[in-house]
Design a binder for this molecule. Sequence first.
Ligand code: NDP
Length: 290
Amino acid sequence: AKTPVTLLGLGAMGAALGRAWLAAGHPLTVWNRTAARAEALAAEGATVAATAAEAVAANRLVVVCLLDDASVEQALADAELTGKDVVNLVTGTPAQARSRAAWAAERGARYLDGGIMAVPPMIGVPAAGPYVFYSGSAALFDEHRTTLAAPADTRYVGEDAGHAALHDVALLSAMYGMFAGLTHAFALIRDETVAPTDLAPLITDWLTTMTAAVPDTARRLESGDYTTGVVSNLAMQAAGRHTLLGTAQEQGVSPELLTPLFHLMQRRLATGSPDEDLTGLVDLLRQGDR
Ligand code: NDP
């Protein structure tokens, strides 16, 4: 028999997770603050609990997919968590995850924190490549690994409950860098005769090629040598700011997404590192303004 699951939260993500467990044959008990949102899943076979505490009481495995950390605190305030396996899929900071883990331990529950690397339409669709980072109780993860894998692949990243959030936010941060770049790129060609749909595949191919920078940066960070095999050195890239910022100005585009990176390059150059690539900026960020 498939492990029964309790699921708290039937927003866009929670509902998608619930559907995936039902489709995989897991008995499912659900609760949502706004009861009407549970009707669709009830029609598909889920049992609807009247309160969060009642939903928690129904099963050992309790998955939480509410809006934020504060809503978890509120929803579970009067639930009995002793002996429960709590899996928290709410996106939060590493510190929030660690304190939520301590909170669960005080209440007698095992705890696993998760970071969902997918949007709702990808859930339950293995070909779309959805996965969830998990960290915290290894025993909980090992016991429920198969059940957790029904909606999306699983990637366990260690006992530190904060590490799922840390991986999640690291990947999101890299993504926002990409969003910043393509926002600026489209702004440059806006009002020109270049069609955005013509530029799009060129940007996609270019970004795909340039992902070689990811493993390069990792290797340099691990070797501590930021200079060997550099093809585009820092001095050349920093000088290129005149072209990039000049083009922005010519096109009437604000440089605000680009200037922070060029500021960092100039600061690194000021310490005399012209032969490196951009890897040294990582250390500069760690040092902040000190
Ligand atoms: P939604 O806004 O669609 O749903 C939010 C859910 O939280 C609803 O069930 C809502 O209940 C509930 N809720 C909010 N505040 C409270 C509260 N104080 N007490 C009880 N319940 C509350 O969000 P999603 O489903 O999209 O996201 C849920 C989590 O999943 C978030 O942490 C999000 O970061 C994460 N996530 C979402 C992704 C996405 O693309 N959607 C991607 C990756 C992670 P009610 O119906 O009553 O309002």
